[in-house]
Design a protein around this ligand. Structure first.
Ligand code: UDX
Length: 449
């Protein structure tokens, strides 16, 4: 197989957000291990670091984003602008790659579903395209439900209905549906509708696995005629290099080494979500009063209007002493697999959810927007490996949640279930497992294009 694939080049186009770049490059590492040559064409905005992936070729293209657009933090507007701006520069670069190495043919373009402009360009150049979906299948189905409910006038809904069940989507409630905080519904639906269009796709690749989303996978397969490959969790199929956009502070590992087994709660709200200064204060005192050791990621910009760390309440650092450790960005996968970590307080982005489930770590869920709300509901109600922080962030509630997860019997039950799920995920990746089989089928499909 490897010999045959060597003259085949795959062109990847990631969506330039941390939670999308990582799975795309992980997929690239796996396909490279199967002998494919990998070229990554990417925006200048959030460009990946080529020195972490010496086997790949990287080409930046003009994305036309203005500094105002970037600093607005409006992700929907940024993604729509990239789709509108990049067609010409992507076409030029793709044609150039094609011409430069005629003996190394481009077998296909693999693009993030949110980077939908790439489909027409690939089609124009007679190159097949494969779509990568970096979120869960359940979230994808729920997004479609949002569009339908909106067309029937059920969205937006009054507060009094926020706990009403979504028909056909047990256990999701209206408030769990993946809506956006960033822009108008019209702009959001423009993005979603374009990302849903699979008419030219040769295949769809999902970063998920059967044991997590069996019924959603069955449902999507019925709805969609395109071959689908659920081959995740990607970070477990090939030891890929870091694709962090921020500098990783590894000093926390030495601190973790000093803690006892399963005693530490790891706290991170991902690469986009932000909290208010008041919420930061409540989190800080909730963690301090919870009396468990904690490792907390406070990302620059994650506290509205400030760098974050300097906004911590007075007396907090003295109160926690050696019991807490704070970094701006952690080596998360290494942290979650560390023997000292026993719980993860997460925003439930799909990568973080998969990384936690793969290590058998139970969770406290604090979703912020979009798919995070769906995953949070699944963690607490379907996989039953975590608890959801439902009310406004308040220190007493946080303290109780930390103790429930890390000390009480309820947490122990979740830990046992999480270990069980971890084993199921491992089985799916082993020879004969569902992800393993789909990985081989994916390579066969790409070879046949
Ligand atoms: C965004 C959206 O918020 C999310 O809902 C969607 O599923 C993907 O895009 P993000 O906030 O980036 O997600 O979260 P997530 O998908 O969990 O990805 C974050 C990645 O950053 C993870 O792979 C995690 O390991 C990594 N990370 C996070 C670090 O390496 N270090 C950190 O300190 C924090």
């Amino acid at each position: 197989m490897e010999k045959e694939t060597q003259s085949n080049r795959l062109v990847l186009f990631p969506c330039p957000l941390q939670g999308h770049i990582s799975p795309m490059l992980q997929l690239g590492s796996f396909l490279h291990s199967k002998g494919f040559s990998i070229t990554v064409i990417h925006t200048q905005f959030n460009s990946p670091n080529p020195s972490n992936h010496l086997d790949f070729t990287f080409f930046p293209i003009q994305d036309g984003l203005t500094s105002e657009e970037i600093s607005s933090g409006n992700l929907v507007a940024i993604l729509l602008a990239i789709n509108a701006n990049c067609k010409v520069s992507f076409r030029q670069r793709l044609a150039q790659v094609k011409e430069q190495e005629p003996e190394n043919k481009i077998t296909c373009v693999i693009h993030d579903d949110l980077m939908y402009f790439t489909k027409a360009v690939a089609k124009d150049l007679n190159i097949p395209n494969i779509m990568l979906r970096t979120t869960s299948v359940t979230n994808f189905l729920a997004r479609t439900a949002v569009l339908q409910l909106r067309s029937k006038g059920h969205i937006p809904f009054p507060d009094s209905q926020s706990l009403s069940p979504v028909p056909g989507f047990h256990p999701l409630r209206l408030k769990d549906l993946p809506t956006t905080n960033f822009d108008t519904f019209e702009k959001y639906s423009e993005l979603v509708v374009n990302a849903c269009d699979v008419r030219t796709a040769s295949a769809i690749v999902w970063n998920t696995t059967d044991c997590l989303e069996q019924s959603s996978l069955a449902q999507i397969q019925q709805q969609c005629p395109v071959p689908m490959f659920s081959i995740g969790p990607f970070h477990k199929i090939e030891a890929a290099a870091s694709s962090s956009l921020l500098e990783v502070d590894t000093s926390c590992i030495a601190w973790l080494d000093k803690q006892s087994n399963s005693s530490v709660i790891y706290v991170s709200l991902g690469s986009v979500a932000s909290i208010s200064e008041k919420e930061l204060t409540e989190m800080a005192w909730g963690l301090a009063n919870g009396k468990q050791p904690f490792l907390w990621v406070i990302r620059p910009g994650s506290v509205s209007g400030s760098d974050g760390i300097e906004q911590l309440p007075q007396g907090f650092i003295e109160a926690i002493g050696e019991r807490g450790y704070i970094v701006k960005w952690a080596p998360q996968r290494e942290v979650l697999s560390h023997r000292a970590v026993g719980g993860f307080w997460s925003h439930c982005g799909w990568n973080s959810t998969l990384e936690s489930l793969s290590e058998g770590i139970p969770m406290i869920c604090l979703p912020s927007f979009g798919d995070q709300k769906v995953h949070s509901r699944y963690v607490s109600q379907v996989w039953k490996v975590g608890l959801h922080l439902d009310n406004e962030l308040e220190r007493g509630e946080i303290e109780r949640a930390v103790r429930k997860l890390m000390v009480d019997a309820d947490g122990e039950v979740m830990r046992v279930r999480a270990k069980d799920l971890k084993e199921k995920i491992e089985v799916s990746l082993r020879n004969g497992g569902s992800s393993y089989k789909f990985l081989n089928k994916l390579v066969e499909l790409i070879m046949s294009l």
